[in-house]
Ligand binder design. Structure first.
Ligand SMILES: Nc1nc2c(ncn2[C@@H]2O[C@H](COP(=O)(O)OP(=O)(O)OP(=O)(O)O)[C@@H](O)[C@H]2O)c(=O)[nH]1
Ligand SMILES: [Mg+2]
Length: 188
């Protein structure tokens, strides 16, 4: 498959008919600033389909992007943005949990993005627990792998596997394009 069309459809903060559509949804979830928007752009082969920014915490809605008129890539707001107020963080946390636990969406999988260098944080581990609890299908993507020395890889991989359980991990770099083919084939 190749990406022929990629378009922003809408941002939602609660119930919406888009959730009940039968098209598959692939949702990107992860800490603020981990590179969710950049990963979506790199997969779609578009520089600015999703706004990525050096100011974290910009995305506050659940944004839907339609690829080739048949599959949604879903950009969730990032959790754990330290500079946001408690209320703002709670609001985002509730929104993520609402989407994650929502039963209407039938055909859906999750791409959990973590920072390859930092490894899974406490909040990432919590998210993994919730995904497992609700029996959601997910893949872990370790983004910003370009920041990792080759010699650090195995150690990091072991650390991530330990904390995440025996899940599949893809080392990825939205910057260099590493891992793109592998993730692409899982998403589409
Ligand atoms: N070195 C490196 N930097 C990256 C990579 N992916 C993203 N970044 C940078 O990380 C910053 C955050 O990227 P975003 O894609 O906006 O992150 P996000 O997860 O969507 O952030 P929020 O929407 O705020 O939650 C930007 O400055 C990107 O340029 C990567 O693979 N390697
Ligand atoms: Mg973003």
């Amino acid at each position: 498959m190749s990406v022929k069309t990629a378009e922003f459809i809408k941002g939602v903060v609660g119930n919406d008919r888009i959730l009940e559509e039968s098209k598959p949804q692939v949702a990107f979830i992860g800490r603020s600033n981990v590179g969710k928007s950049s990963v979506i752009n790199s997969l779609a082969g578009r520089k600015n389909l999703v706004k990525s920014s050096s100011t974290p915490g910009k995305t506050r809605e659940i944004n839907f992007f339609l690829i080739n008129k048949k599959i949604y890539l879903v950009d969730l707001p990032g959790y754990g943005f330290a500079k946001a107020s408690f209320e703002q963080r709670e609001k985002i946390r509730r929104l993520i949990l609402w989407y994650l636990t929502s039963a209407e969406i039938k055909n859906r999988k999750f791409i959990l993005i973590i920072d390859a260098k930092v490894g899974p944080t406490k909040l990432d581990s919590e998210m993994i627990d919730i995904l497992n609890e609700y029996d959601r299908e997910f893949i872990i993507v370790a983004n910003k792998a370009d920041k990792l020395k080759k010699s650090e890889r195995n150690k990091k991989l072991k650390e991530i596997l330990e904390k995440a359980g025996s899940k599949e991990i893809i080392f990825y770099s939205a910057k260099s394009g590493e891992g793109k083919g592998e993730l692409f084939s899982k998403v589409f």
